[in-house]
Write a protein that binds this ligand. Sequence first.
Ligand code: SF4
Ligand code: SF4
Length: 376
Amino acid sequence: MKVSVVKADNYNIETVDKAVNDAVNLIGGWQNFIKKGDKVLIKPNMLTNVTPEKAVTTHPEVVRAVIKAVKNMGALPAVGDSPGISNLKSTAKRTGILTICEEENVPFVYFKQSKAYNYMEGRFIKQFELVDCLSDFDKIISVAKMKTHVFMGVTGAVKNLFGCIVGTDKARFHLRMQKHIDFAHVMVDLYQTIKPTLNIIDGITAMEGQGPMSGDVVDAKIIIASSDGFAADLIMADKMGLDAEAMPIAAAGIEEKRIIRLKDIKVVGDGKDEQFHFAKPHTYKSMQDTYVPKFILKLGQNQLTSKPVINKNCVACGRCSHHCPPKAITIIDKKVNIDYQKCIRCYCCQELCPHQAVDLKDGLILSLLKYIGIYK
Ligand code: SF4
Ligand code: SF4
């Protein structure tokens, strides 16, 4: 299994074009993935309606490079996503992706309706409700963003596919799979159900710290490509300086013996020796998933986990309250209140807040364990 890592200094059209094509050529070339006449869905990360410099969403020039390459193969590209929050059209516009589609004259598909897709080999989920048009395409290309993630450690090619679950349906998964590792097992099933033909990760600018929305921008200056999304994500996390196989989705896939191990991946390209030290998300390791039996966790969740806390940036817009899966957030007289007994620590509020008004604060026991060095 090969993963290519190619250097790219900036988002100039020519630079990105070259980097994306070099990355794909190093793993066999476009002809390995796309045939003439194929209908190809390009799935970027369009988490929310922010501009590309924030490094929250896949940069439009990376999407353009993939569109052009697919067209060169004589195939028929379309681009689509479902941000889950924000107006779909305004998100497509603000991220710059709609403009690219218009300039390249390819359709942008708004993910609106779902239908059932079976995956009988699924460990946790045997049937997903996914965007209905998915089955209209012959091939899918995941074009993700290189970011840390407060709930999943990292988000790359695999987690990007969560956008194929339409809009607010995503919240159901957080309610059903409250432990990090359970949610991660679902991501493994989701990836196997969708099975992208090709996975490309935009790491020219990336995000560290409290990703996927409230972290800091890092110029990693790389593009990653692989036929295997798990392999691409393992290399991405490794390059970030994280414990790649301990990230929940990788750990779930390894436990199920369904994904490749880091040591078995051959990394190629001029960026193969790049190494970064990304700031870890606050919740990098979770007491929920490791040492603590479930019954103690239930009793001591407040003290054993990081909890969301509203800071002074809050403008009481209501987005967090609207999207909180267990409805733990209420707003009274423009003041946001969180019911910590209801809160399942999914961190959707932190992920979705447009004003970076949600901090994560360690519970008392977790702080103590970190202080005395038992838990780092
Ligand atoms: S915390 Fe953020 S999302 Fe929630 S109401 Fe305040 S500004 Fe809006
Ligand atoms: S308050 Fe935030 S972390 Fe807690 S359940 Fe709601 S969205 Fe998730």
